[in-house]
Design a protein around this ligand. Structure first.
Ligand code: Z7Z
Length: 402
């Protein structure tokens, strides 16, 4: 006899974490989730949710029991055909995961990417000088949080100028598609064929600039570290996971500073805090809010039996604000040590591009700290709703020049 799911005693919730109200402001839902229990069954989607730091971190560590190859969205690849060829990194487990991961880990390692600093600093300074020459009020998502990654990252990968417009909307759809098939996914689906074609074109060996990350991925195939069939998909991973995430990470840190002016003063006094500030913003806002795993066996977590083959929804954003783990979690505070947050994930799948993200953020923040004495919100802000990302559509700001 198979027992009913969930088993007796498991806390149950009827809430929908992907409805517009929760996406607009997930904090009340997350507080309730953490209060309800270490594992909560979500009726609406037949999934088990984790919102506390300890269980989220433990599940991310235990890749043997919580697999990724069945997809890290709600869709279970054991039962449903994936909407795109699965990612060789994200949607794979060892041993298949390991060769693609090793290629990117080497290319994107902290020492390897230092060579980018000089050019990226010049780009940041030029971008800011042009922006500040126009005035002291601007929309910070378009003009800063998107503009900087879109200027530096595609160049580093080595993709040509045309086609770049597909990067943000394609990423937006990928991150929506990890959630349920709601309105957000339906809207993105209208452009998916066109955007996928643009992405595929940018992964072609013939268009990638020599010396860039893309070309180097193809060289790894020449060496036999990966197969030639894997190379374009690994380039796709870089372009999918590397743009919307950093854009929203930068938007998060800009917003956090705009509403916490004392922290901006602290950064100005000590620009070496730029990296800490970015990690604290990733903890505080968690640009990647959620993703899923799938159980490979019956497993008990926090007194709840989760049966084999079930989807687990992990709330990174909630774990990063869990008062069991963080003192004053709702404060953006540069004196805290944010390391150990799960905003970049944890374990074998932890963000392989995190050093790039930190480099982009620390360069733009350092350049801003030199030029800007204060930053404040200058008008109505607007969230951009996405099933996975905590994002901004619009952040009007007013700054004061140094
Ligand atoms: O490989 C990929 O295409 C890819 C796509 C999305 C890799 C990672 C992600 C991702 C990043 C998913 C952060 C969830 C959270």
């Amino acid at each position: 006899m198979t027992s009913a799911v969930p088993t007796l005693g498991t806390p149950v919730s009827d809430a929908d974490p992907f409805c517009d109200d929760v996406l607009e402001d997930p904090l009340p839902f997350q507080a309730e989730l953490r209060a309800t229990g270490p594992v909560v069954y979500l009726n609406k989607y037949d999934v088990f949710a984790m919102g506390r730091f300890e269980e989220v971190q433990a599940a991310l560590t235990d890749w043997q029991s919580f697999q990724s190859a069945a997809g890290v969205g709600l869709s279970n690849f054991r039962k449903e055909k994936p909407w795109r060829p699965p990612s060789l990194l994200l949607e794979a487990d060892p041993p298949h995961h390991d060769a693609p991961r090793a290629v990117l880990a080497k290319l994107l390692g902290p020492r390897e990417i230092r060579r980018l600093s000089e050019a990226w600093t010049a780009d940041a300074e030029d971008l800011l000088d042009q922006l500040l020459a126009k005035g002291t009020e601007f929309e910070a998502v378009t003009n800063l949080a998107s503009a900087f990654p879109l200027r530096v990252f595609p160049n580093a990968v080595g993709i040509p100028g045309n086609g770049r417009d597909a990067l943000l909307p394609y990423g937006d759809h990928v991150f929506n598609a990890f959630g349920p098939a709601n309105e957000l996914v339906a809207k993105g689906a209208q452009r998916v064929a066109e955007l996928s074609a643009s992405m595929a074109a940018m992964c072609d060996r013939n268009v990638l600039t020599p010396g860039g990350f893309g070309a180097q991925i193809w060289e790894a195939a020449d060496r036999g570290d990966i197969t030639p069939a894997q190379a374009p998909l690994i380039v796709r991973s870089l372009l999918t996971a590397g743009v919307d995430t950093t854009v929203n990470g930068l938007a998060a840190v800009l917003y956090a500073f705009a509403v916490n002016p004392a922290q901006w003063s602290r950064l100005r006094e000590n620009p070496a805090l730029a990296r800490t500030a970015f990690d604290e913003a990733v903890r505080f806002e968690s640009p990647v809010q959620t993703f899923f795993r799938t159980t490979t066996r019956d497993i008990e977590v926090g007194g709840t039996l989760i049966p084999e083959g079930h989807k687990i929804l992990m709330f990174l954003g909630s774990a990063n604000r869990d008062p069991r783990r963080w003192e004053n979690p709702d404060q953006f505070d540069l004196t805290r040590d944010p390391s150990g947050h799960v905003g970049f994930g944890f374990g074998i799948h932890q963000c392989v591009g995190q050093h790039i993200a930190r480099l982009e953020a620390s360069i733009i923040l350092t350049a801003m700290a030199k030029r800007i004495t204060s930053i404040e919100i200058a008008g109505p802000t607007r969230r951009h709703l996405n099933n996975t990302l905590r994002a901004w559509e619009s952040l009007p700001v007013r700054i004061r020049r140094a």
